[in-house]
Ligand binder design. Structure first.
Ligand code: BDP
Length: 322
């Protein structure tokens, strides 16, 4: 750009109200088309494009990069929105790490109740300060371990297993307390790593265990339900602040409606995915004594609270919201 065009562009920017410029927003999503989250985001995109001057486009399947990178990109407004799991958010926005503590929620209903109420506001405020505005909370069910070696019945069955976790030291510690070895790894690399034996297993909900084909190469799924982590539909604070109030309202309304859709689709997909992995040869087992797993997590909480004393009130707020 030469100096003339810079001056020209500056004058235009100063004269034209932001709302009058159709703004293009690019969004990140890790899941393939047709996944509950993807369908809900498509609905969000369509509603926003119809009711506002914004022009949204979503890129499914993680084609715009890994989740930790995408979170940074949206924070920096290099991408305008994204649909994120709160697991990889913790290393970037420490308050949100509370959501990655094993067994922090007693059920998915507890998680919804907390996130849709005052507890959700605590996380929203922390995220807004760090460049992300959560517009609505999506469901991600509960996560359990799966591996290619054996069914996990008790904590000692995890000993020696090499397990992939999402990018967050809390999950490394969680697996270590059970005697396993955790490797943080990008979601897109897990299938190949399971297939070649670089890792023995991983952990996830039924829909992701199924959609990724991990059940084909790690056929023992054991219901530990150790993590219940919400997901957000987020927009960069910078893009958000540039909107007028009416547009903000329309975008939020579309996001909330999409979360309702996502949660409904999620409930159906969980059942479908379970049926599909079982039909595909996976063995799913109940864990009789989940409390034994939960008790092993005491040191995870102790070191977390020692390192983040200011967050113990957030843990208490979650426990009180049940
Ligand atoms: C899925 C989440 C997705 C994560 C993925 C993972 O929806 O955001 O990236 O797990 O394990 O359940 O990386």
């Amino acid at each position: 750009m030469n100096i003339k065009s810079i001056i020209g562009a500056t004058i235009i920017a100063a004269l034209v109200p932001l709302s009058a410029i159709a703004q293009d927003w690019r969004g990140w999503n890790i899941h393939p088309e047709g996944y509950p989250n993807s369908v809900a985001i498509d609905e969000f995109v369509a509603a926003v494009n119809e009711t506002t001057d914004l022009n949204l486009q979503i890129f499914h399947g993680g084609v715009l990069g890994s989740q930790p990178d995408a979170i940074e990109q949206v924070r920096n407004n290099a991408l305008e929105f994204g649909q994120f799991n709160m697991g990889p958010m913790g290393p970037i926005i420490p308050t949100t790490n509370v959501l990655s503590l094993p067994f922090i929620f007693s059920s998915v209903d507890h998680m919804h109740k907390a996130m849709d109420g005052e507890v959700g506001e605590i996380f929203a405020a922390a995220m807004e300060r760090e460049g992300l505005v959560p517009l609505a909370w999506y469901d991600s069910g509960s996560r359990s371990f799966y591996n290619s070696k054996r069914p996990i019945m008790r904590p000692s069955d995890v000993e020696g297993l090499k397990l992939r976790v999402m990018n967050n030291d809390l999950f490394v510690d969680m697996v270590a307390q059970l005697g396993g070895n955790a490797t943080p790894m990008a979601f897109s690399e897990v299938y190949q790593s399971l297939k070649t034996g670089v890792i023995d297993g991983a952990e996830n909900n039924y829909p992701s265990y199924e959609s990724t084909g991990h059940y084909e190469v790690a056929g023992f799924y054991s219901i530990t339900d150790h993590l219940i982590i919400p997901e957000c539909l987020c927009v960069s604070t910078e893009s958000w602040n540039a909107l007028d109030d009416a547009t903000k309202e329309a975008v939020r309304t579309a996001a909330r409606a999409s979360a309702t859709t996502q949660r409904e689709l999620w409930a159906t997909r969980e059942k479908e995915s379970l049926a599909k992995v079982e039909a595909g040869g996976a063995t799913v087992n109940e864990v009789e004594n989940k409390v034994a797993f939960q008790e092993k997590m005491a040191p995870v909480y102790e070191s977390f609270i020692a390192a983040n004393p200011d967050l113990s009130s957030v843990i208490e707020a979650i426990q009180a919201s049940n």
